[in-house]
Design a protein around this ligand. Structure first.
Ligand code: NSS
Length: 431
């Protein structure tokens, strides 16, 4: 008999089938045993009745320990009480891979222990739900951008130039060329590609040697970075709000079951529909000061300031046009106020903080060069980047959306570490 998968069971009611998977739970009264089997497509309860199965099968159930890999044969029955609508009246059992003393028990474990056992922790229902949501987010990202006319371009992970800030670089020796760095961003490269293709995006792992142990920072995270010719800062925000609304509404539509399994209040996500409010950095500082904050114009907003600004809001808030000194060298000087640059951060509601950072890019050769000099960046490694301003410079903008931050918000988690299968943090490199 061929194996089928658990999600196929409803099509086989009244038939004898064979399944394989892992033992989620097992309990026995001595006369009747219940084995909950999972196989990656779902879960089903398999019922063994002592008097109705062979002695050999009944004895074999001794091996049905937590997370053992097993095969079960039986008759598929419709069962309204079962979450999947079916149950298996089991007739056969075979052990495929034993599991003795499975380390993760159905009790509360500390998160450090669970991270140590991350390779096994992934099998839990909650982690499976998060991985499914993440997968939907990633598909939604690609679909939205392709439907909107963007072309996917892969950018290098080993790079010669500093993308964001010198403080958070992972370095390595690169043959006779001195130091190479793990990419903090693909942005400089998608800017080059935008001059070839118009609307482009890169989507890959990015690396930051963040010496912070916050719940919002990983050292390796995935970022999608759209970049488009002719797009100015306002249009950049238009794109960001359409993008984020579309991803979230698709997850709500397609993964509602997983969100409910995570106890996420889905109505909060249903409210995330474009447009989002926009506030200039200067107005944000005024507001914070009025509310008693000692923040001064010129300094970057911290997590606490961000939380204060979105307090009571249902939707994300854009804060735009930050002071030059608080932001990266490539952002376009604001013609209306040269102390500031044309950029935006998208702050998520419910305290999830910044999920997007974006900007219009400096397209003036002289201004860009002087910013590179002011920041003390190695001019020669940016020569190719300056070429984009020497040869047909153009208005363009883009942004970076951190996948783990978005998934944390969508799933309603309190830490980024559960949103990626194998998180990389300052304090951990295994498993
Ligand atoms: O540093 S960013 O604000 N912007 C950039 O890297 C630009 N080069 C993007 C662009 O314009 N193409 O990072 C963008 C987003 C930020 O809003 C977060 O969502 C996420 O990337 N991010 C992180 N996620 C997890 N961990 C860390 N350490 C992290 N740093 C940024």
């Amino acid at each position: 008999m061929n194996y089928i998968t658990i999600d196929e069971l409803p099509r086989h009611i009244g038939e004898d089938v064979r399944l394989r998977g892992w033992v989620r739970r097992f309990r026995s009264s001595g006369k009747i045993s219940f084995l909950v089997l999972r196989d990656g497509t779902g879960e089903v309860q398999c019922v063994f009745v002592k008097n109705e199965v062979s002695e050999e099968t009944w004895a074999g159930l001794e091996d049905a320990s937590h997370e053992a890999c097993v095969s079960v044969a039986g008759l598929v029955r419709a069962d309204d009480r079962a979450p999947s609508g079916v149950e298996l009246t089991a007739t056969g059992f075979e052990l495929l891979g034993a599991s003795a003393e499975y380390p993760i028990q159905p009790k509360e474990h500390g998160v450090d222990f669970l991270l140590e056992k991350r390779h096994l922790w992934l099998r839990s229902a909650r982690q499976i739900a998060i991985m499914r949501v993440r997968d939907e987010v990633i598909r939604a990202i690609h679909d939205f951008l392709h439907d909107d006319g963007f072309t996917h371009v892969d950018t290098p992970i080993l790079t010669g130039a500093i993308g964001e800030s010198a403080g958070t670089l992972f370095e390595t020796e690169y043959f006779d060329h001195g130091k190479a760095y793990l990419a903090q961003t693909g942005q400089l490269y998608v800017e080059a590609a935008a001059a070839a293709l118009g609307k482009v995006y890169c989507f890959g792992p990015t690396f930051r040697a963040e010496k912070s142990k916050t719940r919002r920072h990983l050292t390796e995270f995935w970022m999608v970075e759209p970049e488009a010719a002719w797009m100015d800062s306002d249009q950049n925000m238009d794109l960001q709000e359409r993008f984020v609304s579309s991803i979230i509404q698709r997850v709500v539509l397609k993964q509602r079951e997983q969100l409910e399994a995570l106890d996420r209040d889905v109505s909060k996500l249903e409210a995330i529909v474009a447009p989002f409010d926009r506030m200039s950095y200067s107005d944000a500082v005024d507001l914070l000061q009025k509310q008693g904050s000692d923040i001064e114009w010129g300094s970057d907003l911290g997590a606490a300031h961000e939380a204060q600004l979105v307090e009571g809001r249902e939707k994300p808030l854009f804060v735009y046009d930050y002071p030059k000194g608080a932001k990266a060298f490539y952002m376009k000087e604001n013609p209306d106020d040269p102390r500031t640059v044309k950029c935006d951060d998208m702050l998520a509601p419910e305290g999830y903080g910044e999920v997007i950072g974006g900007s219009q890019r400096e397209d003036d050769y002289d201004k860009l060069l002087s910013r590179i000099r002011e920041e003390g960046l190695p001019e020669d490694t940016y020569d190719w980047y300056l070429d984009l301003r020497r040869h047909g410079t153009f208005t363009h903008s883009g942004f970076g959306l951190g996948v783990e931050r978005l998934v944390t918000w969508i799933c309603g988690l309190d830490h980024l570490r559960e949103t990626i299968a194998f998180p990389r943090m300052m304090t951990r490199i295994t498993p």
